[in-house]
Design a protein around this ligand. Structure first.
Ligand code: GLA
Length: 664
């Protein structure tokens, strides 16, 4: 009653006395933001169309948490608010009609005290409020910001510097005091223009051999490798010093067979074409557990088709990978994600559903192009999309995969929670992955083992121990800046756990046409954000699994995915991923040592405006005058002493190679 009376009292003045409303708004208490009724003169933000809000995971909740539950922060319930997930950004177009923004911010109680975030309120590109670091379980914090005369309000949630796991961030009771009805929620990109940066064409005229410089195999197990080569009219491939057991098809450039003896073989590959010839060394390492010497490069069906995947789309992907030239730059895996499974036959053998009538035939088709086929399962009874998982059929499934000719397995925790219980402990987390590792070892075929359990139990610390060739470090990525930047920049610190044969996997690529279903859309990332994506994934030695429809890519997407100098950073045989070495005024500097003695450096502008970024030689441990090369445009920039400075667009990146190769 008292509250209603107060609001009535307030609303009587709202119409006639805006100055008093303003004062009242400034004094809004947290308590005023918890109920059904908005403070007088204010409108709840969650009553607007929230589709433009970018959220780092799931979808934005209107009056609900990121998981769609009733909103609660520090045990305080809220009837209204925006339930987001770091990194998140939302814009509110004010048209100078608003006077104040209020919200009670914090991590939603559904995370069970996990997660840590920072809330920022920007007004016309100036930061006006910052919550400081708020952790799961903390009490909500009231933010109240003057909007008088402002055009744009931007609400940002960052991951607090430790990755975005469990960062369920509530703008609880978020309300705008506005005099007009023209306020609306808009993309929170600070009005970033979508300017296409200049990058080198991925289709150079000269003949060259590209892709990995080292590959691994187990002696006695089938091996297939297409020599990635570009140039006009390629006519003849050859290979000197192939290990016994392998042969090269001189027309297609496909190497097949099975290496007979363990060893390290230095093969000289050569190719002739209309625009000249090229040769290059390829090391073939044969031994136990030698797969994925460099991060896997390929395609996965999930980010584009999800449940709409079928045999025809997989074949089309293989065709497109060759036709668009992606295979000629080193992409080789065609990975089927979830939704191919039907169930088990009387003998317990896994059977594919009607969309995949002939798995073995499909594998043969993919192999005929020199490419490799991947598949997906779960250690639980069911996969994430509720299809049959491998629980208690692990050895049998691995043998079936080998029989079909599968080369890659993504093994996704999902319903295994129902087996392991709520607190499985480290041993419980490792257990199902050990079981499948053993099954794969004994199945008779080399199958790259990709763990997917979203980073639980710091999987980067033990993924290699359970036989993982790569392991997902995060939840699912989606095609917006919040998701990309939260996941990507949250990888810092994981680099020391990765190396040849065992890689951190921050999830699949989100460039090109994506959609997670039958209807695709162009990625929502701006062009420069896409450059940031591929730059960061290359520095991180992340698997490069394309997530779009490869049969429908524009030139920018193809160029982005086929820049050999950038891909060489991803595939560098030293296998030392980058870590962050500086973070100054929103410009992050990441450093990756390369095998030739030079250093790859990424500079990222995470701020809302173009800004100068500087890499100082002390950041990367070099001295004196150093040559600097821009890898995206493939040009020398000259010699620089002490540092190099360049203007970087908001959310954009540059990728540099600094220094002289050893021995030069
Ligand atoms: C999980 C994974 C995704 C995808 C789906 C399939 O969400 O993280 O990458 O494999 O399952 O159901």
């Amino acid at each position: 009653m008292r509250k209603l009376g107060y609001q009535l009292w307030l609303s009587m003045f709202t119409a006639s006395l805006p100055a008093i409303t303003l004062a009242a708004a400034a004094e809004t208490s947290l308590q005023n933001l918890t109920g059904q009724d908005a403070p007088a003169g204010a409108v709840w933000l969650d009553t607007f169309d929230l589709s433009p809000v970018e959220t780092g995971w799931g979808s934005v909740g209107a009056g609900k948490s990121a998981e769609g539950k009733p909103m609660s922060v520090g045990k305080q319930s809220f009837a209204h608010g925006l339930g987001t997930h770091a990194d998140s950004v939302a814009g509110v177009d004010l048209k100078k009609t608003a006077t104040r923004f209020v919200a009670a911010v914090g991590v939603d109680d559904e995370t069970d005290k996990r997660g840590s975030v920072v809330f920022q309120v920007w007004v016309d590109k100036v930061k006006k409020a910052d919550s400081g670091l708020l952790k799961g379980g903390d009490a909500p914090k009231l933010l109240s910001v003057d909007l008088t005369g402002a055009d744009m309000l931007t609400l940002v949630v960052t991951d607090g510097g430790d990755g975005n796991a469990s960062d369920h961030a509530d703008w609880a009771g978020a309300a705008v005091f506005a005099t007009g009805s023209s306020v609306k929620v808009v993309p929170g990109n600070f009005g970033l223009p979508n300017i296409m940066p200049e990058i080198a064409s991925g289709d150079p005229a000269k003949t060259s051999i590209n892709g990995p410089r080292i590959v691994g195999t187990t002696p006695g197990k089938p091996f297939i490798f297409l020599v990635p080569a570009t140039g006009a009219g390629l006519t003849k491939f050859s290979a000197k010093k192939l290990p016994p057991g392998l042969k090269m098809d001189s027309v297609t450039g496909i190497i097949t067979g099975a290496v007979e003896q363990p060893g390290t073989y230095e093969v000289t590959l050569a190719v002739k074409g209309k625009s000249g010839s090229a040769s290059r060394k390829l090391v073939i390492e044969a031994g136990d557990h030698k797969l994925a010497r460099t991060p896997p490069m390929g395609w996965n069906s999930w980010n584009c088709w999800a449940g709409a995947i079928d045999d025809a789309k997989v074949r089309a992907a293989a065709d497109a990978m060759v036709k668009c030239g992606l295979a000629a730059h080193g992409y080789q895996y065609i990975n089927i994600d979830d939704c191919w499974e039907k169930g088990r036959d009387a003998s317990g053998e896994i059977v594919s559903n009607e969309k995949f009538p002939d798995m073995q035939g499909l594998a043969d088709y993919v192999h005929s192009k020199g490419l490799r086929l991947g598949i997906y399962s779960s250690p639980g009874p069911q996969t994430c999309a509720s299809f049959t998982g491998s629980y208690q059929h692990e050895a049998q499934d691995a043998k079936t995969y080998a029989k079909w000719g599968i080369d890659y397995l993504k093994y996704d925790w999902c319903s295994y929670g129902s087996v392991a219980g709520n607190n499985p402990g480290l041993d419980g987390l490792k257990k199902p992955y050990h079981i499948m590792d053993k099954a794969l070892d004994n199945c008779g075929r080399d199958i790259v083992y990709s763990l997917c359990q979203y980073g639980m139990g710091n999987v980067w610390e033990w993924g290699a121990e359970v036989g993982g060739n790569c392991w997902r470090t995060t939840g699912d990525i989606t095609d917006n800046w919040g998701s990309l930047s939260g996941i990507g920049f949250g990888q810092n610190g994981h680099e020391k756990f990765a190396g040849p044969g065992h890689w951190n996997d921050p999830d699949m690529l989100i460039v090109g046409r994506v959609g997670w279903g039958p209807n695709l859309h162009p990625t929502k990332l701006k062009y420069v954000e896409q450059v940031t994506h591929i730059t960061l994934w290359s520095l991180l030695s992340a698997p490069l699994l394309i997530g779009c429809d490869m049969s429908n890519m524009d030139k920018f997407t193809i160029d982005l995915l086929t820049n050999d100098e950038v891909l060489d950073v991803n595939q560098d045989p030293l296998g030392k991923p980058a870590g962050r070495v500086a973070d100054r005024n929103g410009i992050q500097v990441w450093r990756r040592p390369l095998q030739d003695g030079t250093t790859a450096v990424g500079m990222f502008n995470t701020g809302p405006e173009a800004a100068d970024g500087t890499v100082q030689w002390v950041d990367i441990g070099v001295h004196g005058k150093q040559p600097v090369r821009d890898l995206w445009v493939q040009q020398e920039l000259g010699g620089f002493d002490g540092q190099y400075t360049v203007t970087i667009p908001a959310h954009g990146a540059v990728l540099l190679k600094i220094g002289r190769p050893s021995g030069q």
